[in-house]
Design a protein around this ligand. Structure first.
Ligand code: CMP
Length: 140
């Protein structure tokens, strides 16, 4: 099915100057950028985005990391975009990520793991709406 997914290039990957290399991977896989913005998240924005993890032991470290520098946020559209993006990203922990995936190539740790991607259709819709107004998404 034609889907959209929310992708975040995290502060570590923005700092490494690999935004373009990561965008190229999306495009080569047939995913189109249909919305994008760079943003330095406030603590409230990061806490709200990751609210489902608020009881997890890693929550505070995750929020601190996500507000440590600007992120690049995009909505991606394509056939099976959610799973396709997760395959491009690789496993959450870069130590477990398959060779050639974004996390294997650019991530340093489970916290500084280069990218976020929505895990299901329901969360994708919520996550896209969290950062983009309907008028900021350009289906094409
Ligand atoms: P992300 O896909 O952005 O979703 C939540 C983030 O929490 C995850 O990527 C990791 O960067 C971070 N995290 C830190 N520790 C863990 C953990 N033990 N399990 C899952 N996610 C973790």
């Amino acid at each position: 099915a034609l889907e959209r997914t929310l992708s975040i290039i995290k502060p570590d990957a923005v700092a490494k100057n690999v935004v373009g290399e990561i965008y190229a991977r999306f495009e080569k896989a047939g995913l189109k950028v249909v919305a994008a913005k760079m943003k330095h998240l406030s603590r409230k924005e990061a806490e709200g985005f990751y609210a489902v993890h608020s009881e997890r032991p890693f929550f505070n470290a995750l929020v601190e990391f996500m507000i440590s520098g600007p992120v690049m946020i995009q909505a991606l559209q394509g056939e099976n975009a959610i799973l396709k993006n997760r395959e491009l990203m690789g496993a959450t922990n870069p130590k477990d990520a398959a060779p050639g995936t974004i996390r294997a190539d650019f991530a340093d740790s489970i916290d500084a793991n280069a990218v976020h991607g929505s895990d299901a259709a329901e969360t994708a819709a919520v996550e896209i709406a969290y950062f983009f107004a309907a008028t900021e998404v350009f289906p094409r």
